[in-house]
Design a binder for this molecule. Structure first.
Ligand code: PHE
Length: 528
C-alpha cells in the first residue's frame, strides 16, 4: 500500500493534541478529518502503544436534497400559500406557473389541511394572513443538530424522503505507554551496515502490520455461471453420475427431435423456437462418427475408472445406424414397437436439417442409444449451452445453459423419480417439491417441478422431468424393462437466485458488467 502523507499529518495532529490535553474526542477535536484517515492514524499509533482509544458509533440525521431545499427556501405548502397570498386569488390551473421548485400537488394538499388556503370555484384564495412554516423550521434545526429526538418523527421524515441517516464513529483517545511528542523514526530494513556497526541493537524497527489489507490483485475471475455449474457437477458426481460429451452446439434434427419422437409438425420445431443452419443445409444421416465416438469412449473410460463396473468393461460394439434410422422412420410414420406412431408422411429432409440444439436432451439421446449396445443401469448428466429463438427479455435469452440428468435402470417407477428429484434439489436448498403434469413428446408421464425456495421464501418453477417414452427407447434397441428418467433445469435460474440478479442480461451477453464478474463472491449452494 503506497505511503499516504495525509495519515502522517493526522498522526502528528493527534500526538500534538494529546500533548495539550489528556483526552481527545475525534468528533470535536478532529471534526474536519475524514473517518478513514482518523482510523488509519489511530491504528498506526495504537499498534505502537503510543495511544489507546475507544470507539463509539452514533446515528446522524442528514437532510436529503429535497429536505435541504425546504430548509433553504420553505416547504411546498408554504410556497403555495405564499403564491396565493401574494396574488390574492389564483386559478388552480395557473398555480404551477407561480410556484417555483416545489411539488405543487403536495403543497396544495398540505396547505388545505393546514387551513392556509381554500377553494373558491376554480380558484384558490388565502385563508390565513400569517403562517408558521413548521416543516422548514424543523428541517433547519435538524440541519444544525443532525439529530431527531422522537423516533416517530424521524420515521415520518424518512418516509417523506426529507432526511436520511448515516452512522458515524467517534473516537476517544488517550496517551498510551509509549506516547511521545513525535513518531520516532522507524527502521524498515535490517542492513549489512547495521549488523557491522552494531546499530541494529538500538534501532527502532517498524512493527509488522498484520492488519494491513493486501493490494488488490489483477487476477482472473470465474463467471458466476461457472461457479454454480461447478457446484452442480459435484452434486452429480457425488451421486454416481457420468458427464456426457456436449461439445457440439450444432446437431441434426434427427438427434434433436426425431430420435426423441418429436413429430415433424411439432410447434417446437418450427421457426419460432429453433435456429436452423442454412449452410450447410443438411446433415448426413446418423452414422459412425470418429469424433463423437472418441468423446463417448472417454466418457465410458472415465466412468469405469470411477466405478470400476466390470460389466462395462465389455468392448462397445459399433452401432447399426441404418437400422436405427429406419426404426425412427417406422415409429413416426406407421407405428412400431407396440406404438401406433403419428401416422404422417415422414420427411427425411426435415430430419436432416441442421439446428442449433434446442436442448441437451439431444446429447442424452445419443448417449442412450450407445447404451443399447450394453444395456445396464447408468447415470448421466450434462451442463451446457442450448439455443432457442425467443424474444429476449429480462428472464429470457436466445441462448442459455441446461442442466440435465438421465438415469437408466431396470424397473424404475415414477415415484422413484420424484424421490430422486427431492434428494437432488435438497442439495441446493429447495425442498417440498410439487409436481404438475406436463407434456413432452419424448416423456410420458411428464412433470413440471416446483419447489419451495427457503432463501426466497416462495414457490418457484425449477424444472421439467419425465420418463422417456418407449417410442424413443425401443428403436434404440434398449430392452423393454429398462426404464429411463430424464430431467432438466436451467443453470441461469439458480444462478440468478443465488446472486440476486433479476435481469438475465446482467449475467450473460454483451451487457454484463465485468466488475460484477470480478467481484462477486464464491458460491456455496445452501445444503439441507
Ligand atoms: N428437454 C427438456 C427441456 O428442454 C428437459 C427434459 C429433459 C425433460 C429430460 C424431460 C426429460 O426442458
Amino acid at each position: 500500500v503506497p505511503h499516504r502523507d495525509g495519515d502522517r499529518d493526522v498522526t502528528q495532529q493527534i500526538l500534538d493534541l494529546l500533548d495539550q490535553k489528556p483526552t481527545l474526542r475525534s468528533s470535536e477535536d478532529l471534526a474536519d478529518v475524514s473517518q478513514v484517515e482518523i482510523k488509519a492514524a489511530l491504528d498506526r499509533l495504537a499498534s505502537r502503544s503510543m495511544v489507546t482509544y475507544e470507539t463509539a458509533d452514533s446515528e446522524l440525521v442528514v437532510l436529503t436534497k429535497e429536505g435541504q431545499a425546504i430548509s433553504d427556501e420553505g416547504s411546498h405548502e408554504f410556497k403555495v400559500w405564499e403564491a396565493v397570498k401574494q396574488a390574492g386569488k389564483v386559478a388552480i390551473k395557473e398555480l404551477p406557473g407561480l410556484v417555483k421548485n416545489a411539488d405543487v400537488k403536495v403543497g396544495q394538499g398540505n396547505a388545505f389541511r393546514n387551513k392556509w388556503i381554500k377553494k373558491d370555484g376554480d380558484s384558490l384564495i388565502p385563508l390565513a394572513d400569517e403562517v408558521q412554516d413548521t416543516t422548514r423550521a424543523e428541517l433547519q434545526k435538524i440541519g444544525e443538530t443532525k439529530r431527531v429526538e422522537a423516533p416517530k418523527a424521524l420515521a415520518d421524515l424518512k418516509k417523506r424522503k426529507l432526511v436520511t441517516t448515516t452512522k458515524v464513529f467517534s473516537y476517544t483517545v488517550q496517551k498510551g505507554d509509549k506516547y511521545a511528542k513525535v513518531m520516532p523514526v522507524e527502521v524498515t530494513d535490517l542492513t549489512a551496515d547495521m549488523l557491522a556497526d552494531g546499530s541494529w541493537e538500538s534501532a527502532n524497527f517498524k512493527p509488522y502490520n498484520f492488519n494491513a489489507l493486501g493490494a488488490p490483485q489483477n487476477a482472473g475471475a470465474l463467471h458466476p455461471l461457472n461457479k454454480v455449474r461447478a457446484e452442480f457437477r459435484n452434486i452429480f458426481f457425488n451421486q454416481g453420475f457420468v458427464e456426457m460429451p456436449t461439445a457440439r452446439f450444432v446437431d441434426s434434427g434427427f438427434w434433436n427431435f426425431d430420435a426423441l419422437f418429436v413429430p415433424q409438425q411439432h410447434p417446437a420445431r418450427d421457426m419460432q423456437d429453433t435456429f436452423f443452419i442454412s449452410d450447410p443445409a443438411a446433415a448426413d444421416p446418423p452414422r459412425d462418427d470418429p469424433i463423437a465416438e472418441q468423446a463417448m469412449k472417454e466418457m465410458e473410460e472415465g466412468a469405469r475408472r470411477l466405478y470400476s463396473n466390470p460389466e462395462a468393461e465389455k468392448q462397445i460394439k459399433p452401432r447399426d445406424y441404418e437400422k436405427y434410422f429406419q426404426n425412427i422412420i417406422d415409429v413416426h410414420q406407421d407405428g412400431a414397437f407396440g406404438s401406433i406412431g403419428y401416422r404422417y408422411p415422414w420427411s427425411k429432409e426435415e430430419c436432416l436439417r441442421l439446428v442449433l440444439r434446442t436442448h441437451t436432451t439431444a446429447v442424452s439421446t445419443w448417449v442412450l442409444h450407445r447404451l443399447a449396445e450394453d444395456p445396464r443401469p447408468a447415470r448421466y448428466f450434462s451442463i451446457d449451452r442450448v439455443f432457442r429463438n425467443e424474444t429476449v427479455d429480462a428472464t429470457h435469452l436466445a441462448e442459455f445453459h441446461q442442466i440435465e440428468g438421465v438415469i437408466a435402470d431396470f424397473g424404475l417407477t415414477l415415484g422413484g423419480l420424484q424421490k430422486f428429484l427431492e434428494t437432488f434439489f435438497a442439495h441446493i436448498g429447495i425442498t417440498n417439491l410439487r409436481f404438475k403434469p406436463a407434456y413432452n413428446p419424448y416423456t410420458e408421464p411428464s412433470m413440471e417441478i416446483f419447489g419451495y425456495h427457503t432463501g426466497l421464501a416462495k414457490w418457484v418453477e425449477i424444472g421439467n422431468s419425465g420418463m422417456f417414452r418407449p417410442e424413443m427407447l425401443l428403436p434404440m434397441g434398449l430392452p423393454a424393462d429398462l426404464r429411463v428418467y430424464g430431467f432438466g433445469l436451467s443453470l441461469e435460474r439458480p444462478t440468478m437466485i443465488k446472486y440476486g440478479v433479476s435481469n438475465i442480461r446482467d449475467l450473460l451477453g454483451h451487457k454484463v458488467d465485468l466488475n460484477f464478474i470480478e467481484s462477486n463472491a464464491a458460491v456455496r449452494l445452501d445444503k439441507n
